[in-house]
Design a protein around this ligand. Sequence first.
Ligand SMILES: [Zn+2]
Length: 219
Amino acid sequence: MRIVLVGPPGAGKGTQAAFLAKNLSIPHISTGDLFRANISQGTELGKQAKSYMDAGNLVPDEVTIAMARDRMSRPDAEKGFLLDGFPRNVSQAEALDKALAADGVKLDAVLDLEIPEDEVVRRIAGRRICRNDSAHVFHVANQPPKTEGVCDICGGELYQRDDDSEETVRRRLEVYHTQTEPIIDHYKAQGLVVTISALGTVTEVTDRAMEALRSDEAA
Ligand SMILES: [Zn+2]
């Protein structure tokens, strides 16, 4: 199956992508990993991406698309792949359509993780991270530490990252609405969109997604 996963920040997209790719035995292709891999291996595309990033600029769509296309052409992606974080705007989606058509393949589904905006804010703005180790993560409502502001694991001070403030989250959601959400209409016109709720536990959402993809495939 060739799948694109879309959803706002805070919908648990990365986590779901990893589980779904494993369940479907297809590679999970995320733009973050693509950038890291190309840069660390010193590929031509990696060098280009790095020069933009070092200058504090966004990596142009052509570079991102070329990296994704290179990754999708590897043997392990022959039977399918799950794209996460790409395409993130309509022009990338159009470029992806062209690249796939040139390779004689097409997408099977665009899985859209839906979540109310207030829930996104609650999930992200409630996060507290330990100053000693960023892997020590708590949540004021879902997973509160035994003592407020203190890490259960090492006793370190818990804090809220700037990226997790309500103001930043609302700004990221706005960017998602204006730039990424239009790709859902783009793919709806192709009859590819499968929408599921991203509420509930990680397992519940994975099960819901698998079920929706199966019935979509059968339809
Ligand atoms: Zn800690």
